[in-house]
Design a protein around this ligand. Structure first.
Ligand code: URA
Length: 233
């Protein structure tokens, strides 16, 4: 049920969110400002901006590609099927969910109508780059100990276009925005596995990547809040 006219702007029309990012931001002021972002054309077809969310004092950031259909309608990241898989994998890996912040490389749902359905479209490089100031600002405010890039779009947004998830998944590397950064597959790719056995295998590999990250967090200099038990409340 497309409710808005197709976005007419060509991909190269994507410009930048930078003018919309407030000075000296907090997550609250960022979220409010992002709701009004017109930095590229993707807002035209989206229901709303889907900004990152997480626990206070989160030190582990998961970055996906862009909100999906459910996220666009509800206004929260990772509330659809991929989000459920992610939540269960985080729990199984023993990471503390209260210290996780979930966000995306692109904050508006990009889709095209097919009959009554809204079909996900991969954001192009110009759209990812236009949205990057939001992700950069989120990471600057949060100053996470670790960042997990879910899939190629997030990994290339943060680690460069040369990053290949197939070659480097599960490796923990330092970066300017966090001491521990890992790229792995996107949970949606696990859901797209051809059969149940492949899905089980891919999910187990994904959990193994998150366990490797947990070990890196536990070994990180200066102690980790993820590695330690959570404070009450
Ligand atoms: N996929 C993503 O990359 N992000 C979401 O928020 C939901 C699905």
């Amino acid at each position: 049920m497309p409710r808005r006219p197709p976005a007419s702007a060509p991909p190269e029309a994507a410009t930048s969110a930078a003018p919309f990012v407030p000075p000296h931001p907090t997550l609250t002021t960022l979220r409010e400002a992002a709701a009004r972002c017109r930095g590229c054309h993707l807002w035209e077809r989206a229901t709303q901006t889907v900004f990152g969310e997480g626990g206070r004092g989160a030190d582990l950031v998961f970055v996906g590609e862009q909100p999906g259909d459910r996220e666009d309608l509800e206004g929260h990241p990772f509330v659809g099927p991929a989000g459920r898989l992610l939540e269960s994998a985080i729990a199984e890996a023993g990471l503390d969910r209260r210290r996780v912040y979930l966000t995306n490389a692109v904050k508006h749902f990009k889709w095209e109508p097919r009959g009554k359905r809204r079909i996900h479209q991969k954001p192009d490089a110009a759209e990812v780059s236009a949205c990057h100031p939001w992700l950069e600002a989120e990471l600057a405010v949060i100053q996470p100990l670790a960042v997990v890039c879910l899939g190629a779009t997030a990994a290339q947004a943060l680690l460069g276009r040369g990053f290949k998830v197939t070659q480097h998944r599960g490796e923990v590397v330092p970066a300017s925005f966090a001491p521990l950064v890992m790229g792995t597959v996107h949970p949606s790719s696990i859901l797209r596995s051809t059969d149940d056995e492949a899905r089980r295998t891919e999910r187990a590999r994904f959990v193994e990547d998150l366990r490797a990250l947990k070990r890196a967090l536990e070994g990180a200099v200066g102690g980790t809040r993820q590695g330690a038990s959570a404070p009450p409340g």
